[in-house]
Design a protein around this ligand. Structure first.
Ligand code: ZN
Length: 204
């Protein structure tokens, strides 16, 4: 697969998820990056590192950027989207608390499964994401329930960093996150657009 130049993520973008993690609802978007080196494709393994505690799935709606966006308006950002991907923002919860930066918690190798891109211009207010573990539905979220709408998020990101063609922006996870264990199969579907399915394995 082609790795994106960068993967920009947004934390706590659904009220119920902020609440389930014991966090306040943010007043400005909580933006962070996953390194491109953590990206894997559908069908690849998610490797659980030894001795790091709880590792969660996070199903997210991902947008693929189609043109260079710098200090762009929400409308310009919406027009600059070229496609949609399903993203699993795999997260090491204990390290997320103990490390001041989330470089490991969000950045371990294989912690960035991204599904195949479907090209097109989505209705940004009508995207739905569903997560399943071993075939059982665990999350269902809708873009209309986001705290910060997608076009506003993109504009906020481009106020500081330029988005380039091929970059992926993951827009936060709804409530229902939970831990993964070796042997699980986790599937994130952006309904009608993209699915990423991965087997979880223990580190060798
Ligand atoms: Zn996330």
């Amino acid at each position: 697969m082609t790795r994106p130049g960068k993967v920009v993520c947004v934390g706590r973008n659904y009220r119920e998820h902020a609440k389930e993690m014991g966090n306040e609802v943010p007043t400005t978007p909580l933006v962070f990056l996953k390194p491109p080196s953590c990206v894997v494709a559908s069908g690849d393994a998610i490797v659980l590192p030894n001795g790091i505690g709880r590792v969660d799935f996070e199903g997210e709606i991902g947008l693929v950027i189609g043109k260079r966006l710098r200090k762009a308006s929400p409308a310009e950002c919406a027009a600059g989207i070229r496609g949609v991907v399903a993203v699993n923002d795999v997260s090491a919860r204990d390290l997320q608390k103990s490390d001041p930066q989330w470089w490991r918690a969000k950045g371990y190798d294989t912690f960035g499964p991204i599904g195949p891109e479907r090209a097109g211009t989505p209705d940004l207010s009508a995207l739905e994401v569903v997560s399943r573990v071993n075939g059982v539905e665990r999350q269902r979220g809708h873009s209309r329930d986001m705290i910060f709408p997608i076009a506003d998020l993109l504009a906020f990101i481009t106020s500081a960093i330029t988005l380039e063609p091929g970059d992926v922006v993951a827009t936060g996870t709804p409530e229902g996150v939970g831990p993964l264990k070796a042997g699980d199969e986790v599937e994130i579907e952006v309904v009608g657009w993209s699915t990423v399915r991965n087997r979880v394995v223990a580190d060798a």
